[in-house]
Write a protein of this length. Structure first.
Length: 206
């Protein structure tokens, strides 16, 4: 089984939309290990709607929209890393994290610990907005220090060529392309926008 992990620099940067586009472009299955917040459409439901792909059930479905460790505690449980083993499936898998890499899964482990354990290639999704140089640089440093193979950075938002190039140059990381904010957001508009993403480079890691 070949796996690509999609993580982000923060909550709301566009990981789920990017994951949907990547899942469709690669023709893979999708898995969100931990879902926090069930009142609105879940990330899995969004990815299925936007990609038409098959999704695997989450290992943890938590009611409260908060950090996974808090959502789990609200339900009287603790997330166990032993329950977050990568599913064995035929073909390839896109796995989406929650928030940023330093989001706690429990009181002892961050998502970064899980990614380091999995040792699968990572795509980092980052905003183009103000503050992204700091957030992206810190995330890349943490991933690399943990020994995680980094495929590159995919940006989401309005074009900021100087900002994007600064990150690429100073962090010595590959630019995977940029998704604009899509209005309307649909399977068709996402598929078209994904022409700007370097899917072939990502596919080379599968």
């Amino acid at each position: 089984m070949n796996t690509v992990i999609v993580t982000g620099t923060d909550t709301g940067v566009g990981k789920t939309v990017f994951s949907a586009g990547l899942t469709a472009a690669l023709g893979t299955r999708y898995w969100k290990p931990v879902q926090s917040g069930l009142e609105d459409a879940t990330d899995t439901e969004t990815v299925v709607a936007l990609s038409g792909a098959e999704a695997l059930p989450e290992a943890y479905r938590l009611n409260m929209p908060a950090s996974p460790h808090l959502s789990a505690e609200d339900m009287g449980i603790e997330i166990e890393l032993s329950q977050l083993t990568l599913p064995q499936v035929e073909g390839s898998l896109v796995v989406e994290g929650a928030g940023g890499i330093m989001v706690p899964l429990n009181r002892r482990h961050f998502y970064l610990d899980l990614f380091a354990h999995w040792q699968k290639p990572v795509v980092l999704v980052a905003r183009t907005a103000l503050g992204t140089i700091n957030h992206t640089t810190l995330s890349l440093m943490a991933l690399r220090d943990a020994g995680c193979p980094v495929i590159g950075v995919a940006f989401v938002g309005d074009p900021e060529p100087d900002v994007e190039q600064t990150i690429v140059q100073m962090c010595d990381v590959r630019h995977l392309g940029r998704l604009p904010h899509l209005d309307p957001l649909s399977r068709e508009t996402l598929t078209k926008a994904f022409d700007a993403i370097d899917v072939d480079h990502i596919r080379s890691f599968l």
